[in-house]
Design a protein around this ligand. Structure first.
Ligand code: NAG
Ligand code: NAG
Ligand code: NAG
Ligand code: NAG
Ligand code: NAG
Ligand code: FE2
Length: 637
């Protein structure tokens, strides 16, 4: 099954340009288009190299999942797909006051500030636990530039969080975290190696970790800029494979698109029993230990996702009318917020209201807007107002690259989580398009998929490329079924079996104002948000229609289901792995996906992306001049 990508990817740049694609009319109308600012639009994004024309499905690897039947049967567990047991050396942590779970967050928006976080001591678990007042406690970290002897000390905060179970059956699982230390490291020189130390429980500085700051605005050398991409990572042997493979590729920063520990798969009372009753917070601690080798040496840009919501067994809700949360106890995203404050945070660590979404600048060149599809995102909500300001303030001359991350993927073709984001996209897809977002990064689906640049189910070089990178290796295993694949047990596509609680998407959207999707997604939907959209038959190979009940009244039968990989999907493989995005200039990037089972030497999906002027002229695409020698993505024709 191994694909042999040779190192000739770049030499393929010399191929002839081909065809333009169909025009796509924008349809913003009336007052609603007040935010349209054509000067913020970029540039089309095109693919070059060996993989530019790929339109490929790699079926699951029978060796990875035990049997061929296992590829199509979710009930057959994948090999190796278990978490390290609690106390295993890979995840054990000291309880004697030494620092553990060290991790870096950053860069902050100024490009020169990072956050170092760590733990001392152990959690307390029991029925009668009270949260101590740590507000007057101080902690310390020290940094020194490589090659210099002088340590600079910075002081910071110590927090704890309490997860008190309201369910009497879980009360003995009430968890008080270890001391969580957060120290802001400001004014670091860009592009520079630093050593740092952090305080133990007694305040003594210990350890010595090294990391390199990223270039910042104005740095002389910015490129190449290597960004690691992972999501849905967990704490299995596969997770540590992903970690080690990613580290070997020496990313300068990691974008981690959510679903960190999978602690919520466990019971409040058991670190081994995955009964999901209450969410075992100690599994967050083991997660921090497993990932420390990467997270302590490379700054991470994290993202709040559904496994960070953690509402089971405590009085915590998020719903459309809940646009803010009372802090500090028992709220959604509590553990995540306490442990991973977002870049920009300098005080009030652990406050979830400031940790739900954020933006920052990577290497002085990439504006990264991190959204949250699990809290309300409609017009009139705080997230909407915030994100619209962020998009409007992007200056493409300073930050030529524009990426958006949020957890659930709008465009992917796997059976699990198919089309959960149609409500979200009914609001945000036009915004991404208008502001010329280059890449949309998602996880959630435990597999890999890359789309061509696209818009509304059609290839479109003025739209973003969507990357689903939820293949980090977590305990739930890879998602193996494509939605268009024929289930040998029924001779129908898997799509035909889609349902939540026995209700299929079309019926659910018709009967339920918050529409299609799992409860944790629907709770963020405004009433009557459109949640089921239908792709045109032309976006599926050859336009072949299949009879399907997943169809709007009067629509072509292909509308919801499909019987083959759609033309907008470039490459998909239901395996674990990670990706490296190497930005080489303001216009060229090299994207590579590595599959754990194939090792690190060969990228299984490998494509060069170019940002070209300009979408303003996309209707009469000029094929001469600077287009010569560049290759357009293939059209849907
Ligand atoms: C997970 O790791 C185990 C042990 O190395 C391996 O056998 C298995 O194939 C891996 N699973 C996937 C999906 O990569
Ligand atoms: C909690 O633990 C105490 C002490 O071990 C025990 O007596 C009690 O029955 C436990 N409660 C529950 C609900 O398990
Ligand atoms: C949503 O939150 C509001 C405000 O707390 C509450 O009144 C309402 O009952 C909640 N709705 C649901 C469906 O939980
Ligand atoms: C599926 O189709 C194959 C080939 O036509 C046939 O042999 C098989 O019995 C069918 N299975 C079901 C469950 O209908
Ligand atoms: C559509 O639904 C009807 C009624 O439930 C069923 O008889 C028919 O087999 C379904 N068609 C397909 C293609 O699944
Ligand atoms: Fe997820």
């Amino acid at each position: 099954m191994a694909r042999s990508y040779l190192a000739l990817a770049l030499s393929a740049l010399a191929l002839t340009a081909t065809i333009a694609h169909a025009n796509v009319q924008l349809h913003a109308s009336g007052d609603d288009d007040a935010w349209l600012r054509p000067d913020f639009r970029r540039n089309m994004i095109v693919e070059a190299g060996a993989a530019a024309f790929t339109h490929e499905t790699v079926h699951c690897d029978p060796n990875a999942v035990g049997s061929v039947a296992g590829c199509f049967d979710q009930s057959i567990p994948a090999v190796g797909n278990v978490d390290f047991v609690f106390g295993a050396p890979q995840v054990a942590y000291p309880t004697d006051g030494a620092p553990w779970g060290v991790h870096l967050t950053g860069p902050y928006p100024d490009g020169r500030t990072y956050l170092v976080s760590w733990y001392t001591g152990a959690p307390t678990i029991g029925a009668t636990v009270t949260k101590p007042d740590t507000s007057s406690m101080k902690t310390t970290a020290a940094v020194r530039k490589a090659g210099s002897n002088g340590w600079t000390k910075h002081s910071g905060s110590v927090i704890t969080y309490l997860r008190a179970y309201s369910d009497p059956a879980l009360v003995n699982g009430t968890y008080l975290s270890a001391h969580i230390h957060h120290v802001v490291l400001p004014r670091l020189d860009p592009n520079t190696f630093y050593y740092y130390q952090v305080a133990d429980a007694s305040g003594k500085l210990m350890g010595e970790w090294r990391f390199k700051t990223l270039p910042a605005t104005g740095s002389k050398t910015t490129y190449p800029l290597r960004i690691g991409l992972i999501a849905d990572v967990g704490q299995t042997v596969n997770s540590s494979d992903t970690r080690d493979h990613l580290m070997a590729h020496k990313p300068q920063v990691v974008i981690m698109v959510g679903d960190n520990s999978y602690a919520d798969n466990y019971g409040a009372l058991s670190t081994e029993d995955r009964n999901g009753k209450g969410t075992n917070q100690q599994r967050w601690d083991t997660y921090q230990q497993l990932w420390q080798p990467l997270y302590a040496t490379v700054p991470v840009l994290n993202c709040a996702a559904n496994h960070e919501l953690e509402t089971t067994g405590i009085p915590a809700v998020v719903n459309y009318t809940t646009t803010s949360f009372s802090y500090p106890a028992n709220f959604p995203f509590q553990s995540y917020s306490a442990r991973f404050p977002v870049p920009g945070t300098t005080s009030n660590f652990g406050d979830i209201t400031q940790n739900l979404y954020y933006s920052t600048v990577i290497g002085g060149k990439v504006k990264l807007i991190t959204m949250n599809n699990y809290v309300p995102f409609h017009k009139g909500t705080p997230q909407y107002d915030w994100a619209m300001k962020e998009f409007a303030s992007v200056d493409r001359k300073k930050n030529p690259w524009l990426f958006v991350q949020f957890h659930a993927p709008p465009y992917h073709t796997y059976y699990v989580h198919y089309k959960e984001m149609d409500c979200f996209m009914s609001i945000w897809e036009d915004v991404f398009y208008e502001y010329g977002v280059d890449l949309v990064l998602n996880g959630h689906v435990h597999a890999y998929e890359r789309t061509h640049p696209m818009y509304k189910y059609q290839p479109d070089t003025c739209g973003p490329i969507y990357i689903t990178i939820g293949d980090g290796g977590n305990v739930e295993g890879p998602y193996r079924n494509f939605v268009d694949e024929i289930n040998p047990k029924t001779n129908k596509t898997y799509c035909e079996a889609l349902n939540y609680g026995g209700v299929n998407p079309v019926s659910m959207a018709a009967s339920n104002p918050s529409g299609w999707g799992p409860g944790y997604q629907r709770q963020a939907h405004a009433p009557n948000c459109p949640t089921v959209t239908f792709q045109p038959a032309t976006s599926v190979n050859n336009g072949i229609l299949v009879p399907s009940n997943m169809t709007a009244a009067g629509a072509a039968p292909m509308g919801f289901c499909q019987n083959s990989q759609p033309t907008w999907s470039a490459y998909r493989d239901p395996s674990f792995g990670h990706a490296i995005l190497e930005l080489q200039s303001d216009t060229v990037a090299h994207f590579s996906w590595y599959k754990n089972l194939e090792g690190n030497a060969v990228a299984m999906d490998d494509v060069v992306l170019e940002r070209l002027d300009s979408c303003a002229s996309r209707m009469g695409m000029d094929m001469g001049g600077d287009m010569m020698g560049r290759r357009m993505m293939r059209s849907s024709a």
